[in-house]
Write a protein that binds this ligand. Structure first.
Ligand SMILES: Nc1nc2c(ncn2[C@@H]2O[C@H](COP(=O)(O)OP(=O)(O)OP(=O)(O)O)[C@@H](O)[C@H]2O)c(=O)[nH]1
Length: 346
């Protein structure tokens, strides 16, 4: 804003509306939500942000992937935010409201399999919440390299396609991972996004590096637009997830043989990468003083050493796989075979 333009739309909104803005970050598994969250938590925007995180998976990993920040972070790990933990969400929001002088903005990161509609409904169906909180925008991260596969998935009758729902409800799309997709793919992805949500603003990005003004306090959520597309939005409560997509969490104590681990993970991703949507883990490699943090999205794997293991800390490996038709036993067996310390117990 310039000096000759004393009141931009943001300021006028602030004058009218004292409710705390809420951003819902959504997007399919591995699309870059935590990457964007970490940017928001570390960039200097002057906002005090309370974060509510929901994670899909039997073993919580995301707490270790979110950078240390002064912001308050609430975790909800006992189910999907759009179904079983909606009561938790209402309780956390209620608790935040009692301390509202402590922050300026609330950010909710949903799981990669969440339907954003029930989360958005929360801000209109509970009177107390509606009077104190304002849904500012649903921001959907899209993985340019993998989204077409998920948009094209054929689902059983009555089962929703989460990737489609997340784009349909977006007030902003961050088209992420453009470094991993060629130009033709990016053009096709944009065409598909427009086919689902014609007017949505699409912000291209690599590693979710965007101007945060594109996504924070943008006043973009428009209930009337949503009701025009989906007249049952405020009354619909039923939705069905694809139950063939599940998670396998493994926790095992002991140190891992690096070569065996690389060979196993490499083989797994090469042979099952299409159905293995997401993998992540915090691992103890034999001889390494630091935790090894790995992340996979389909066949792409990324890993680096994180913080030091503390001297008195048990070397406990935690990893989680999310995908279609996962073979739990084979995953558990394969991982146990990577242990360097024979006979290490779970
Ligand atoms: N090459 C590339 N990698 C990226 C980009 N953005 C994120 N990543 C990597 O993709 C992986 C997944 O990113 P996250 O931010 O954890 O994705 P997420 O949406 O939070 O994942 P879930 O919470 O599991 O759904 C990580 O290894 C990131 O470092 C990008 O633009 N380009």
């Amino acid at each position: 804003m310039t000096a000759s333009e004393p009141y931009g739309p943001r300021d006028l909104r602030d004058l009218r509306d004292e409710r705390v803005p809420v951003t819902v970050l959504t997007g399919f598994l591995g699309s870059g939500k935590t990457t964007l969250l970490n940017r928001i938590l570390t960039e200097n925007h002057g906002l005090r942000i309370a974060v509510i995180e929901n994670e899909f998976g039997e073993v919580g990993i995301d707490d270790a992937l979110v950078l240390d920040a002064e912001e308050e972070i609430f975790e909800m790990n006992n189910g999907c935010i759009c179904c079983t933990v909606r009561g938790d969400l209402i309780r956390i929001l209620g608790a935040l409201m009692r301390r509202r002088e402590k922050f300026d903005h609330i950010l909710i990161e949903t799981t990669g399999l969440a339907d954003p509609a029930p989360v958005a409904q929360t801000f209109f169906m509970d009177d107390e919440i509606a009077s104190q909180l304002r849904l500012d925008a649903i921001v959907t991260l899209v993985d340019a390299a993998h989204v077409l596969q998920h948009l094209d998935e054929v689902k059983p009758e009555g089962v929703e396609n989460e990737a489609v729902e997340q784009i349909a409800f977006a007030d902003r799309v961050v088209l992420n991972k453009t470094d991993l997709a060629d130009d033709d793919t990016v053009i096709e992805v944009v065409r598909r996004i427009r086919g689902i949500n014609a007017g949505v603003r699409i912000v291209p990005a690599r590693h979710a590096a965007i101007d945060l003004e594109e996504v924070l306090d943008v006043g973009a959520f428009d209930l009337e637009r949503v009701l025009a597309d989906d007249p049952a939005f405020l009354t619909e409560t039923e939705h069905q997830h694809d139950t063939t997509v599940t998670s396998v969490g493994i926790e095992l104590t002991g140190e891992l043989d690096e070569d065996r681990l690389n060979a196993w993970l490499g083989h797994l991703l090469r042979t099952k990468g299409v159905d293995l949507f997401r993998s992540k883990g915090i691992l103890a490699i034999a001889g390494a003083p630091r935790q090894y943090v790995f992340q996979g999205v389909h066949m792409l794997l990324d890993g680096s050493f994180g913080r030091d293991w503390r001297e008195d800390e048990v070397r406990r490996n935690r990893l989680v796989f999310i995908g279609r038709d996962l073979d739990r036993e084979a995953l558990e067996r394969g991982f146990a075979d990577c242990l360097a310390t024979a006979g290490a117990a779970a």
